[in-house]
Design a protein around this ligand. Sequence first.
Ligand code: KG4
Ligand code: ZN
Length: 342
Amino acid sequence: DGGPLVLGIETSCDETGIGVVSGHRLLADAVASSVEEHARFGGVVPEVASRAHLEAMVPTLQRACETAGIALDDVDAIAVTSGPGLAGALLVGVAAAKALALGLDKPLYGVNHLAAHVAVDQLEHGALPDPCLAMLVSGGHSSLLRVDDVTASVTPLGATIDDAAGEAFDKVARLLGLPFPGGPHVDRAAASGSSVAIDFPRGLSSRRDLERHRFDFSFSGLKTAVARWVQAREESGEPVPVADVAASFQEAVCDVLTRKAVDAARSAGIEDLLIGGGVAANSRLRVLAEERAAVHGIRVRVPRPGLCTDNGAMVAALGSEMVARGRTPSSLDLPADSSLPV
Ligand code: KG4
Ligand code: ZN
């Protein structure tokens, strides 16, 4: 559509993602995941992830160019996640992006992973309204962000003070004997359970907690409550009602997430709520968010599940926006920063 042709590289966790976009149009989104290699450890092992990125980089790059029907030399810019994420994993992507930028003589744009999770929605629903409120929920992060300009002005309003939402799903899945990553399995199990069977705690929701942590999340207490409940059942010799535990746990997570997201949007006078990250694929989260937002005239945007999880298209989407808004490219000594703030 005449927009800049941008290649995006994502390696912050366990997905090697290479995306190609032209303006807001998605041309290719090639992803190689090392998730299977981490499954038996019950979580991502940084060393294993870095090695997998190195092996997947060139084949994934070739696959993306083929799908997009472009030669590398056609691209106008290279974008790469420079943080936050796993240090060794980020380094592989940043090194690859620098090599391409140098070899092809194209500008390099280091981008923030969280901002990229927001920018990706433009590929699906068009230009982002400024300002909008973004809730990012994944295995690595759970935050509420005020987005005034996705390339330059993203303000954190709150975040998890312990586990990320996806991490809580993964840990509870493990307690219930479900495979890693657990989110989709808990979601499926919950479908045949009752969300009011067990009254699990809602973290940081008491009046006192809300004074200090109005837009923050906490999921470790909830996880512990589930562990205790399951253990008590097992000790009593009764079977664990997996579907009811899954549904009641999922309700506790989605209840807090949607309540705080809508509260944050209302208090900032923002009418558009965007939900991204792997947990945005959760069926209950989507329904509850729509329901609660609608009461206050707030519109909800959720990219399709494939764009919510980590991928290269989101990095390309943010890179394309940086080119469009005339942002200064990064220099070739761009560092990988595992704790890069938004
Ligand atoms: O964004 P993502 O692919 O990677 C990270 O940056 O972490 O998110 C993965 C997380 C995992 O914790 C996974 O269990 C969770 O997203 N997840 C879900 C669902 N699908 C994926 N959680 C709840 N319900 C789902 N349907
Ligand atoms: Zn992510």
